[in-house]
Design a protein around this ligand. Structure first.
Ligand SMILES: [Zn+2]
Length: 387
C-alpha cells in the first residue's frame, strides 16, 4: 500500500487540475461563447415549452415590442396599464375615411391625441391629411403647413389611405393616384422633416376576385361592399394603383415609406422581395395580413423574413374605438400579440381556418428586429416617450 501513495497523490493532483481546467473552460464559454447564457436568451426557454398565452405575452414583452399600426381613438387607463405591462410602444394611425367607422377627421384626430397623451409615452401619433381637398387652391401649401405643426406637436409619421387610387376623382371623373403631382410637395416635406410615410395603397387581391368564404377578407368585403372592387369593375385595377405607388417610391428616394398591409402584395413574398431589391426606401408592415404569411409555404416565408430581416415591421391593425368596450379590446389585443409571437418566434402549431400551421421559429435576432429594431429604424421616434 505504501508504494501506492505517491501514485494516489498524482491521480488526485491530475483530477484537481482537470477540475480547474474544466472550470476555466466553462468560465471562458460564459464570456466568449454563443449567447446561451445571455440575459435575453435566459428568458426564452425552448420554444416548444410555451403553451399558454401568459407565457407568450411574457416573452413578447421581453422584446420591448413595437406595434406600428393601431387605430386607438378612445382613452382608458386600462389600456395604458396593458401597454406598460407589455413594455409596448404603438403608432396610433389616423385615417381620412369619409364614409366609415372613424367619424370626421377632426374628431378622430382629437381622440387619437387623447390616447397618445394618456399613454405615458407608450403611443405616438401618425397623422394624415384630407386628400379630397387636393384641387383646392394652396392645397399642398396648406397641408405642408398643417403637417409641420403636427410634427412640432409630436407626430412622427403621415398616413395615406386607399381612398387615394380607389375613391378620389378629379372633376372630370379620373381616379387620382398616389403619385399625383398634387401630393408631391407633401411627400417632399415629410422627407425633409425626416418623418415616415405609412402608405395603405390598394387592397388585397381578393378585393378584385369573386367572394370566397376561405379568404381572410371575406367578412370585410361583405360588410363593406363599397370597397369590394369585384362589384365595381369600373374602378382602377390593382396593378394600376400599385404601379402608381411604385412610381411614388422611385420619385421620392429620400422618403421612408412603410407599405401598410404587406404593401398590398400579401399573396406572394417574392413580389415584396422584388420591391425591396428595387426600392431601398421601402419597408412593409404586417398589419392585418399575418394570416397571409401563415398561408404561404412555411420555408419560403421563413427564408424571406431572414433575408429581408431589416425591411419588415410588426403591425397589427388592432383597434380601440370610441364605441368599443375595454375588456373586449384588451382581450383582442392580447390574443393577437400572443398568436403573432407564437407564429414568428416558436415552432408551435397554430389553428388557422381549420388548418394547422407550424410557427416559423425564426432566429432570435430576427424576431427582435421584427418586433422592435425595424420599427425604431423605419419610424424614428416611435419608442421615445411622447411629447
Ligand atoms: Zn389600418
Amino acid at each position: 500500500m505504501e508504494c501506492m501513495r505517491p501514485q494516489f497523490k498524482k491521480v488526485l493532483l491530475l483530477l484537481l487540475l482537470a477540475a480547474v481546467a474544466a472550470a476555466l473552460a466553462l468560465h471562458a464559454n460564459w464570456i466568449l461563447g454563443p449567447p446561451m447564457f445571455s440575459a435575453a436568451a435566459a428568458e426564452r426557454a425552448p420554444a416548444s415549452n410555451y403553451n399558454d398565452k401568459d407565457d407568450a405575452l411574457h416573452a413578447f414583452a421581453a422584446l420591448a415590442p413595437v406595434d406600428t399600426h393601431v387605430h386607438a381613438f378612445k382613452t382608458d387607463p386600462a389600456f395604458t396599464a396593458l401597454m406598460a405591462r407589455l413594455q409596448l410602444h404603438v403608432l396610433d394611425i389616423c385615417v381620412a375615411d369619409t364614409q366609415g367607422i372613424y367619424n370626421d377627421l377632426a374628431t378622430e384626430v382629437a381622440r387619437a391625441k387623447g390616447f397618445v397623451k394618456s399613454s405615458s409615452g407608450h403611443a405616438r401619433l401618425c397623422v394624415t391629411f384630407n386628400p379630397f381637398a387636393f384641387q383646392q387652391k394652396d392645397f399642398a401649401q396648406n397641408t405642408v403647413r398643417q403637417l409641420h405643426q403636427e410634427f412640432a406637436d409630436g407626430a412622427i409619421a403621415v398616413k395615406i389611405w386607399k381612398n387615394i387610387g380607389m375613391e378620389l376623382k378629379t372633376a372630370d371623373g379620373n381616379y387620382v393616384m398616389p403619385d399625383d403631382p398634387a401630393f408631391a410637395p407633401i411627400y417632399r416635406a415629410i422627407a425633409a422633416e425626416n418623418k415616415t410615410l405609412v402608405a395603405h395603397v390598394a387592397e388585397p387581391s381578393s378585393c378584385w376576385q369573386p367572394p370566397n368564404p376561405d379568404s381572410p377578407d371575406y367578412d370585410y368585403y361583405k360588410e363593406n361592399p363599397e370597397w369590394y372592387m369585384y362589384l365595381h369593375p369600373d374602378h382602377p385595377r390593382k396593378e394600376v394603383i400599385l404601379a402608381a405607388r411604385d412610381h411614388l417610391l422611385e420619385e421620392n428616394p429620400k422618403l421612408r415609406v412603410v407599405g401598410a398591409h404587406l404593401g398590398s402584395m400579401e399573396t406572394d413574398v417574392d413580389e415584396i422581395a422584388r420591391h425591396f431589391d428595387r426600392y431601398p426606401n421601402f419597408a412593409v408592415d404586417t398589419a392585418a395580413r399575418m394570416e397571409y404569411l401563415m398561408m404561404q409555404p412555411r420555408e419560403k416565408v421563413r427564408n424571406f423574413l431572414i433575408k429581408y430581416q431589416d425591411r419588415v415591421v410588426y403591425g397589427t391593425d388592432l383597434e380601440f374605438l370610441a364605441n368599443e368596450t375595454t375588456p373586449e379590446a384588451l382581450k383582442d389585443w392580447q390574443d393577437t400579440y400572443a398568436r403573432d409571437w407564437k407564429f414568428l418566434a416558436t415552432d408551435q402549431m397554430l389553428q388557422l381556418r381549420g388548418r394547422e400551421i407550424e410557427g416559423l421559429n425564426l432566429p432570435e435576432p430576427v424576431v427582435r428586429r421584427l418586433f422592435h429594431d425595424n420599427a425604431v429604424r423605419w419610424i424614428p421616434g416611435i419608442a421615445d416617450s411622447a411629447k
